[in-house]
Design a protein. Structure first.
Length: 209
């Protein structure tokens, strides 16, 4: 499929599954990067006590320039920058983007403190999964603090599975979560854990021991 067609499919899936009313009084709209970042920074300052240390102070201008050059090699990938709005007030933000090998990465979701634990994240997850699946991504990946039950529990209930742990110099102990959007990939993951689905995988042409 030509790149322009992929982007058109992504934009169409975003409009149909993600934009509009999320919950009574709260709607989602897309935003350009500068507007999204301004709201994300503002909400991070008040919505959570878990914002990571500012590691940017560790790097000089030359370090930052080299990273920008490396990132620039990939070009502009598919990306969501969404705002959760209650009337004219932006009460939350979401950022997610194309990763490698058919993976979509959920980077940040921030909701104003007084609206947390009101079901907004739980309502948002199936809509995001539907949009990302429709585009053709194979899986969704995210990482979270190991004690962040407000996010971990809804994701596990939505079909995400724990695929690893990481000790990050910025964030401490993190849990890796994935939800597999391709049925065969989910079966292969399960097989590597407990040996299930062997006959189905072999029938599909996967060479197994």
């Amino acid at each position: 499929m030509p790149p322009d067609d992929v982007r058109a499919l992504f934009d169409d899936a975003t409009r149909r599954h993600l934009l509009g009313e999320l919950a009574p009084g709260v709607a989602i709209r897309a935003a350009p990067a500068d507007e999204h970042e301004a709201h994300e920074d503002r909400l991070w300052a008040t919505a959570t006590d878990r914002r990571p240390p500012d590691s940017s102070r560790l790097f000089g201008d030359g370090d930052r320039a080299r990273v920008r050059a490396i990132d620039g090699l990939r070009g502009a990938g598919l990306e969501h920058r969404l705002l959760f709005c209650a009337g004219d007030d932006v009460v939350g933000t979401f950022r997610g983007a194309q990763g490698e090998r058919g993976t979509y990465v959920m980077w940040n979701t921030v909701v104003r403190r007084d609206l947390q634990r009101r079901g907004l994240y739980r309502a948002f997850l199936p809509r995001l999964i539907a949009a990302v699946r429709e585009v053709g991504f194979r899986e969704i990946h995210s990482r979270h603090h190991a004690d962040n039950n407000a996010v971990l529990v809804p994701k596990l209930r939505a079909g995400f599975v724990i695929t690893g742990f990481e000790v990050s110099p910025r964030d401490g102990i993190l849990v890796d979560l994935r939800v597999f959007l391709h049925d065969g990939l989910g079966k292969l993951f399960a097989h590597l854990i407990d040996g299930s689905h062997a006959a189905e995988l072999r029938a599909a042409g996967v060479a197994l021991p």
